[in-house]
Design a protein around this ligand. Structure first.
Ligand code: 6PG
Length: 240
């Protein structure tokens, strides 16, 4: 694993750096493989990044969008990560509908939704039952409890290692989430973290020894590149 921590002066600088990094991964992926695959996160931090990406001139037909986690609500619900992303980015560019791969949240129950999303991913990547396909980029946020995607502290989802997608649990509410081994299979994992409220959690996630079940972001140890992009408020004590 190749880990890089960058502390940017403020949120606009954080967004600008994330944009630059994603565009460079996109260019390389399209050059080498003819397409770019990215999984997005919800939360408030990435929204200005999505708006910035929408302002770029990009080969949209070669870009495939997935979500690393989704709230178990219909796609037009105000809490939907898909809705947030569509408004900030996807509705504003000429991306083919077939390149957008949302989490199906209208099935009978969250377990079926997780199984269906896993099946969609395996079909897209043409992967067999045993292997974890590699997305080019998985973009993640981190909560002040050190959760990432919908991998919350002390939940069953943290124990799932034999699937790509499972059901997470946020205060009793189901969410659909990538599992940590699937996230770790990505070529690049990029955390975007802003705000002083994230500092205590970051200290535990970066500590040499701490409990992975209490601080789930510790489980993210990708085979490829790991990027932590922090604003100064979050990263004050972590400058390399
Ligand atoms: C979600 C997420 C979640 C988020 C963090 C950070 O759907 O809620 O994907 O993991 O990234 O909670 O959220 P903020 O960016 O709002 O701090």
């Amino acid at each position: 694993m190749n880990k890089t921590v960058e502390v940017l002066p403020d949120q606009p600088a954080l967004v600008a750096r994330a944009l630059e990094l994603i565009l460079s991964k996109l260019e390389t992926a399209i050059e080498q493989r003819g397409r770019f695959t990215i999984a997005l996160s919800g939360g408030s931090t990435p929204k200005p990044l999505y708006e910035a990406i929408a302002n770029q001139k990009l080969p949209w037909d070669k870009i495939h969008i997935f979500w690393g986690d989704e709230r178990y609500v219909p796609p037009d619900h105000p809490d939907s990560n898909e809705l947030m992303t569509r408004r900030a980015w996807l509705d504003r560019v000429d991306i083919p509908a077939v390149n957008i791969h949302p989490v199906p949240t209208l099935l009978a129950n969250p377990e079926m939704a997780a199984a269906k999303y896993e099946q969609n991913l395996k079909e897209f990547f043409n992967s067999s039952g045993v292997e974890f396909p590699a997305l080019d980029v998985v973009l993640l946020g981190m909560g002040d409890d050190a959760h990432t995607a919908s991998l919350f502290p002390h939940t069953e989802a943290l124990k799932v290692r034999d699937r790509l997608v499972t059901v997470g649990n946020k205060d009793g509410n189901p969410r659909i989430t990538f599992t940590y081994p699937f996230i770790n299979a990505a070529s690049s994992v990029v955390f975007l973290v802003a705000g002083a409220n994230k500092r205590p959690a970051l200290a535990q996630v970066f500590a040499p020894v701490a409990d992975d079940f209490t601080y789930p972001s510790r489980l993210i140890q990708p085979q490829g590149e790991l990027w932590w992009l922090l604003d100064a408020a979050a990263g004050l004590e972590l400058q390399d």
